[in-house]
Design a protein around this ligand. Structure first.
Ligand code: FES
Length: 174
């Protein structure tokens, strides 16, 4: 008696059945769809947010005209990262040319509760109007409730331009 295969089980020359071909195609398609849907989820779960963008160096301004002992508030834009959301925001730094020509840039937020402070040229001090914290030119606390000196940006100088990196919290000794 002669064996007859059903048409769906017909074997080609290489021995592959039509059913086998469909199974490979279905599983292949399923794999592609799973990868397309799963890959973004894996990236979201395991790749850290773009925090590194916060560490970008930004140009704060020209420091060639800075006079020693006369702080200047420089405004600039920098990226702020909140999870996966990156927004550009305007911020500032108090830039000081120290008597020894070193350039220092302070975060504009008071170390007590974050109010913006200002430089009082007549008193030679930074004064925070919220609760009257007073800081010296070198950022140290002179008076008031501020628990620590002013926080500083990391700084880099390229030509006349001051570049600012992340803010480093000052130590706790006021
Ligand atoms: S926020 Fe500056 S003294 Fe309180």
């Amino acid at each position: 008696m002669k064996d007859v295969l059903p048409s769906s089980e017909t074997m080609d020359n290489s021995g592959t059945t039509r059913r086998g071909f469909y199974m490979v195609a279905i599983y292949g398609l399923w794999g592609i769809i799973t990868a397309a849907l799963g890959l973004p989820a894996l990236v979201y779960l395991f790749v850290p947010p773009k925090a590194r963008r916060q560490n970008e160096w930004v140009e704060a301004g020209d420091i060639s005209q800075l006079a020693p002992g006369a702080p200047v508030e420089m405004s600039f834009r920098r990226n702020r990262v909140d999870g996966w959301k990156v927004t550009s925001e305007k911020t500032s730094a108090w830039v000081v040319k120290m008597p020894n020509d070193q350039i220092v840039a302070y975060s504009p937020a008071c170390t007590h509760l974050g109010c913006p402070y200002h430089w009082e040229q007549t008193k030679n001090e930074f004064i925070c109007p919220c609760h009257n914290s007073v800081f010296a030119l070198d950022g140290k606390v002179v008076d008031g409730p501020a628990p620590r000196p002013l926080d500083r940006f990391e700084t880099k100088i390229e030509g006349k331009q001051l570049l600012l990196g992340p803010v480093r919290q000052s130590d706790q000794t006021a």
